[in-house]
Write a protein that binds this ligand. Structure first.
Ligand SMILES: [Zn+2]
Length: 423
């Protein structure tokens, strides 16, 4: 079933219609809607909930002819329902977002894995997605007030009775457990079986089975070139908590995983109406930085696992003359070049660490084309004619994959520290 909602741009008065794919999840959370006004460039964030479209003062009576968007909180849109100038009669006969998406993939049952995943997210993630952001100020306060953290955790989970945690370590473990529960909701079987999860699975296995002295040596090599503590507390946990807090805007982008598609870019002409390019670019940049900064640990653990020593780099069976100190001195582009020499590191990280996108965002060279939903990344600020183009939904997918890898890096750091706590 679909419902039509009409609204106007508050700045220029242009009228729009949004044809919404209804399902009962709007009673569970506010559906995020992002519309870019083609008439004036205004970027509008609206929501749909049990009170209808908000803010309600943008609502208008229906219009005979207007720019029409389809909307689903979880499905990508096809071109048939993205930015179409339609009459009332044409809107009436246009197919729903669900039917269009089903046609796009050449079969009517587009629910399958995606439907199963969405149900799980509604039950196990949507109600708790704000926990991490709300607990972060308490857990990162120095010293952590164990009583206050325990009380906040109990208040969030609406637990009438609760046990006060005993010490800071127990608070941290509880906090990381919440991140892990989030991760398990996001990393469905199709991802866990894919090559993109393999590196983390191997490194985590190495951390758990390695001899404590061997692990402590690897940690020391890494801590000489960066502070794992600073990375965790000043960058990683806060960035991950911010994105998880609004994870719902990534649902249409995440659907690629449920279709078993991991290509970047996907090469599919699909659209998202849940998020705008500014938010995605901001997240892309901060997740990009957090991943580049933790590379010494990823590379160090990979070296320790494969070559027996975090400081030993081997390419094609030959030991290189460089050490972790040399690697840490490389700038971002050269770090990415260096990890490209390892097939697994390359496959896992390189498609998500696009320095052209990063440079364009840094220099405000990201340029959004409303009618095609393409983001142009002008990466060379001395030559504006050069740009790499990505569909908005593909940027959302990259952000989602970056988030998974950031969570994985957080678990590597915290499980290593936990194992070495008493050493
Ligand atoms: Zn406008």
């Amino acid at each position: 079933m679909t419902v039509g909602e009409y609204f106007k741009c508050p700045l220029c008065g242009k009228t729009f219609c949004i044809k919404m794919q209804m399902d009962p999840t709007y009673t569970l959370y506010d559906w995020p809607i992002h519309v870019s006004c083609s008439n004036c460039g205004n970027e509008m964030d609206l929501v749909f909930n049990s009170n209808g479209l908000q803010p309600s003062d943008l609502k208008i009576d229906d219009a005979e002819q207007c720019i029409t968007f389809g909307y689903s909180a979880v499905l990508p849109m096809t071109s048939a329902l993205y930015y179409r100038d339609l009459s009332r009669a044409e809107r009436m006969v246009s197919f729903s977002p669900f039917i269009n998406y089903s046609f796009f993939y050449g079969k009517l049952d587009a629910s399958g894995m995606l439907g199963y995943w969405v149900n799980a997210l509604m039950k196990s993630l949507i109600p708790y997605r704000h926990y991490l952001k709300e607990l972060y100020p308490l857990i990162s306060h120095q010293p952590c007030n164990v009583k206050a953290f325990s009380a906040k955790l109990a208040a969030l989970s609406e637990a009438p009775k609760y046990k006060v945690l005993r010490n800071e370590n127990e608070c941290l473990d509880a906090f990381i457990d919440l991140f892990f529960a989030t991760y398990k909701n996001l990393s469905i079987a199709l991802y866990e079986k894919s090559p993109y999860a393999k590196l983390y699975q191997q490194l985590q296995d190495f951390v758990l089975r390695a001899d404590e002295n061997q692990l402590a040596l690897a940690r020391d090599v890494v801590n000489k070139v960066m502070s794992l503590d600073d990375w965790l507390w000043d960058e990683a946990l806060e960035t991950a908590a911010e994105v998880v807090n609004e994870i719902q805007v990534l649902f249409p982008s995440m659907s690629f995983v449920a279709m078993g598609t991991f290509d970047i870019p996907s090469g599919k002409e699909l659209y998202t109406m849940t998020v705008g390019f500014k938010k995605l670019d901001e997240w892309y940049a901060s997740l990009f930085e957090a991943l580049v900064h933790i590379m010494p640990l990823i590379v160090g653990l990979n070296n320790a696992m494969k070559n027996g020593d975090a400081n030993v780099f081997v390419v094609d069976g030959n030991q290189l003359s460089k050490t972790m100190i040399d690697f840490s001195k490389l700038d971002t582009a050269n770090r990415i070049g260096a990890i490209s020499q390892d097939a697994v590191l390359k496959e896992t990280f390189v498609p998500l660490l696009n320095t052209h996108i990063r440079n364009a965002i840094q220099h405000s060279g990201d340029n959004f084309k409303i009618e095609s939903q393409i983001v142009e990344y002008h990466y060379d600020h001395t030559d504006r004619s050069k740009h790499d183009d990505f569909r908005l939904i593909d940027v959302g997918f990259m952000v989602f994959m970056q988030l998974l890898h950031l969570l994985e890096a957080i678990f590597l750091v915290t499980s290593m520290e936990k194992k070495l706590r008493n050493v």
